[in-house]
Design a protein around this ligand. Structure first.
Ligand code: ADP
Ligand code: MG
Ligand code: ZN
Length: 653
C-alpha cells in the first residue's frame, strides 16, 4: 500500500479547501452551542448576485420616490384646478406643490407617506407667483408648507445605509483576499485552493530520466524522509532545504513530485508567483499559512516552484525595492529558520535563475543543498524518450536512440512534446502506429521553434563547439600540473556557455606556481587554437576564455611580479587592497611607460602561449579529430572515456 495511514483522510479533508466556501472552518463550527451550527464568523459570500440585488434595490427605491411624479402637470393647469375648486388641499414644499382632491389629511402610517395611495393627486413645479396664496384663500383650499418627510427617510437610506453596506461588502472581499491566517472570528481567509497537500503522489523516480546526478542526491532526501532516525541517531543533521537549479523544462517540478511520491508523504506545492499579490502582507501570510499546515502534516514536502519570483535579491531595486516581495521573502526565511530539522519537513524549491536569488536563501540551514538539474545528453534523451514513448504505439521500425541523436539540445519537456507531436502526426496520417518519419517531422517542427529561443545549435555550431571543447581538454591533459579533465560536454549549460570542459583540482590550491599559471592560460587558449587548426578560422566562442586568460596574464605581471622587467615588483593600484586589484577605474600608481609595458607584455605573453598551444595541438591533430568526433556523437565524455581516448594516443606513440 502506498498511501500512508493518514493519507486518505488528509486528502479528503483537504477537499474542503478547494471549495470556495469554507464550511468547516471558524471557531464556532460545532463548538459553541449558542451559535447556529454553520456559523463561522460571517458567511458572506461575495458574488455577482449581491451586486444585482443591490442595483435592483436602488432602482426600485428611485422608482418608488418618483412614482408620483407621473401626476406632474403644468403650473397653469394646476392653478386652473385650484380655480375650478377641484383641488381641496395643497402641500407646499420647495420642490413641488402637491394638490389633493380631498381636504382631509390622511394619517401616515409606517415609514412612507401614503400619498401614492391617494385617489388623485396633482403635482406641479412651483412658479414665482405672489398672488397664489390669495387665490387659495379665496377658494378655501387648505394649504401647508411641509417637509418631505418620506423622502427624507429614503434619502437617509440612500445616502447613508447603502454606501455603508457597499463599503462593508468591499471590506469583506478584501479581507477574504488577505487570507487571514489566524483562524479567528474572521477565519474566512484560509488560502485559496493552492495550499493543498496532494495526498497520494503517483510520480516515481522511474518517471524521471536523464538527470542521474540530481536523482542520486534526491534519493538521499527520500531516505531522510523515510527513516529520519537513521540520521538523527548518529547526530547527523537532515537538510532543511534543497534547491533544484536548472534550465526550464529539465524536470525540476517532476523530480520534486517524484521525491514526494517515493517518500509517500504529502506534497504541498506552491509557485513563487502565487505568493506575490497586490497587497502588502498577503504573500507573507500565505507563507505562514503554508508552513503552519505543513507542520501539521509532517513528515511532508513543501515545494516552492519558481523560487526566484519571491527570492530575488533584496538589494537590486534601486528604486527602493518591492515591499511585498521583501516581506514574503523575510517570512520565508523566518519560517525556514523556525522549524526543527528533525520534524520531517523538507523544503524543495526550484529555480532557473539561481543567479538572482538572495544570498540569505542559500545560507546554511536554509537551501544549503543545491542540486543541478541539467540538460540531458544523448543517453539521457534516449531514456526520457523511452519513458514518454510508453504511452504511444510505436512502429517496430522506430529507433529511439536515433531520435535521441537527432534531438540535440532538447530538454525533457521538449522530448515529451516531441513524442506527443509525433503521435499527432501519425493520427493525422490516419495510421495506427507512430513511425520514424513522424519523429523526424516532429523534430523539425520543434527545432524551428527552439532555434528562435536559441536553445538548439545547428550542426555547424555543434561541430565548432565540439572542436573547441576538445581543444581545452587535450591541452589540459597534456599540460603538466593542469587539473585533470573530469568531463567534456557540448550540452549547452546555463546561460551563455555552449559547452564546457570541467577540470577539477585534485586538492585545494592556495598557492600557484608560475608554470601552473601559464598552464591555465594554455588550457584557456586551447579552445580557440583547436578551432584554428580544424577550420582554419576562429570564432567568437572563445570570448570568455580570452578574458580569463588575459586576466591571469595581467595579474602575473602587475600583482605577482612575474614579468621580465618588473621582477618581484607589485604594480598595485591605489585602493587595491580594499577593492580588489582588478578595479579598472582605479588610479594606478605607476607611469604611462609602465602601463604601456604591462599592455605590451600581456599581448606578448598571450601570443607566445597561444603559439605554443597551437603547435602542440597541431602535433595532436589525429587526437583532436578523433575526440571531437566522439564528442559530437555522445555529447559528453566523462573522465574515464576521455582518458581512454587519450591513452589510445600514447599507445600509438
Ligand atoms: P521544469 O520544472 O524543470 O521546468 P517540468 O518538471 O515541469 O520542468 O517538466 C515538464 C514536463 O516535461 C514533465 O512533466 C515531463 O513530462 C517532461 N520532463 C521534463 N524533464 C523530464 C525528465 N528528466 N524525464 C522525464 N520527463 C521529463
Ligand atoms: Mg517547473
Ligand atoms: Zn572555451
Amino acid at each position: 500500500m502506498r498511501a500512508p495511514p493518514d493519507g486518505s483522510r488528509m486528502a479528503s479533508s483537504n477537499k474542503g479547501w478547494n471549495k470556495k466556501k469554507p464550511t468547516q472552518k471558524g471557531p464556532g463550527s460545532g463548538k459553541n452551542p449558542l451559535l447556529p451550527p454553520n456559523f463561522s464568523g460571517f458567511q458572506f459570500k461575495f458574488s455577482l448576485g449581491y451586486v444585482v440585488v443591490m442595483i435592483l434595490a436602488v432602482v426600485l427605491l428611485n422608482f418608488f420616490i418618483f412614482q408620483s411624479d407621473n401626476s406632474i402637470i403644468p403650473y397653469s393647469a394646476f392653478k386652473d384646478k385650484v380655480r375650478s375648486g377641484e383641488i381641496k388641499r395643497i402641500d407646499l414644499d420647495q420642490a413641488y406643490y402637491t394638490g389633493y382632491l380631498q381636504a382631509e389629511k390622511k394619517t401616515d402610517s409606517g415609514l412612507f407617506p401614503q400619498t401614492s395611495r391617494a385617489p388623485t393627486i396633482y403635482k406641479t413645479v412651483p412658479v414665482y407667483d405672489p398672488g397664489f396664496t390669495a387665490l387659495l384663500d379665496e377658494k378655501g383650499v387648505v394649504y401647508a408648507s411641509v417637509a418631505r418627510e418620506g423622502n427624507a427617510v429614503l434619502s437617509f437610506v440612500l445616502n447613508w445605509i447603502l454606501p455603508l453596506v457597499f463599503m462593508f461588502i468591499i471590506w469583506r472581499v478584501l479581507f477574504k483576499r488577505l487570507g487571514n491566517p489566524g483562524g479567528n472570528v474572521l477565519a474566512f481567509g484560509q488560502n485559496k485552493a493552492m495550499i493543498v497537500a496532494e495526498g497520494d503522489v503517483k510520480t516515481r523516480f522511474g518517471d524521471v530520466a536523464g538527470v542521474d546526478e540530481a536523482k542520486d542526491e534526491l534519493i538521499e532526501v527520500v531516505d531522510f524522509l523515510k527513516s529520519p532516525k537513521k540520521y538523527t541517531d548518529i547526530g547527523g543533521k537532515i537538510p532543511k532545504g534543497v534547491l533544484l537549479v536548472g534550465p526550464p523544462g529539465t524536470g525540476k517540478t517532476l523530480l520534486a513530485r517524484a521525491v514526494a511520491g517515493e517518500a509517500e508523504v504529502p506534497f504541498f506545492r506552491m509557485s513563487g508567483a502565487d505568493f506575490v499579490e497586490m497587497f502588502v502582507g498577503v504573500g507573507a501570510a500565505r507563507v505562514r499559512d503554508l508552513f503552519k499546515q505543513a507542520r501539521e502534516k509532517a513528515p511532508c514536502i513543501v515545494f516552492i516552484d519558481e523560487l526566484d519570483a519571491i527570492g530575488k535579491s533584496r538589494v537590486t531595486g534601486a528604486m527602493g525595492g518591492n515591499d511585498e516581495r521583501e516581506q514574503t521573502l523575510n517570512q520565508l526565511l523566518v519560517e525556514m529558520d523556525g522549524f526543527d530539522a528533525t520534524s520531517g519537513l523538507i523544503i524543495l524549491a526550484a529555480t532557473n535563475r539561481p543567479d538572482v536569488l538572495d544570498p540569505a536563501l542559500l545560507r546554511p540551514g536554509r537551501f544549503d543543498r543545491q542540486v543541478l538539474v541539467d540538460r540531458p545528453d544523448l543517453v539521457g534523451r534516449e531514456a526520457i524518450l523511452r519513458i514518454h514513448a510508453k504511452s504511444v504505439k510505436l512502429d517496430e521500425s522506430v529507433d529511439l536512440s536515433k531520435v535521441a541523436r537527432g534531438s540535440a539540445g532538447f530538454v525533457g519537456a521538449d522530448l515529451a512534446n516531441l513524442v506527443n507531436e509525433a503521435a499527432l502526426l501519425a493520427v493525422r496520417a490516419k495510421r495506427k502506429t507512430v513511425r520514424e518519419s513522424d519523429f523526424d517531422a516532429a523534430i523539425e517542427k520543434i527545432v524551428a521553434g527552439l532555434e528562435k529561443k536559441s536553445r538548439v545549435m545547428n550542426p555547424k555550431e555543434r561541430r565548432t563547439v565540439a572542436v573547441h571543447e576538445t581543444g581545452h581538454a587535450i591541452t589540459a591533459a597534456l599540460t603538466l600540473g593542469a587539473d585533470p579533465v573530469r568531463k567534456v560536454s557540448i550540452v549547452p549549460r546555463g546561460m551563455g556557455a555552449l559547452g564546457y570542459t570541467l577540470q577539477l583540482p585534485i586538492e585545494d590550491r592556495f598557492v600557484l606556481s608560475k608554470d601552473e599559471l601559464l598552464g591555465q592560460i594554455d588550457v584557456l587558449l586551447g579552445g580557440r587554437a583547436a578551432e584554428e587548426i580544424a577550420f582554419g578560422m576562429i570564432s567568437t566562442g572563445a570570448a570568455n576564455d580570452l578574458t580569463r586568460a588575459t586576466d591571469i596574464a595581467r595579474r602575473m605581471i602587475t600583482d605577482y611580479g612575474m614579468s621580465e622587467r618588473f621582477r618581484h615588483v607589485a604594480l598595485t593600484r591605489r585602493g587595491a587592497a580594499m577593492l580588489g586589484p582588478s578595479e579598472p577605474y582605479m588610479a594606478r600608481e605607476y607611469s604611462e611607460d609602465t602601463q604601456k609595458y604591462v599592455d605590451d607584455e600581456i599581448a606578448r605573453m598571450v601570443a607566445e602561449r597561444y603559439d605554443r598551444v597551437l603547435e602542440m595541438l597541431r602535433g595532436e591533430r589525429g587526437l583532436l579529430d578523433a575526440i571531437s568526433e566522439r564528442l559530437l556523437e555522445t555529447e559528453t565524455l566523462d573522465e574515464t572515456e576521455f582518458a581512454a581516448l587519450m591513452a589510445a594516443r600514447s599507445a600509438k606513440a
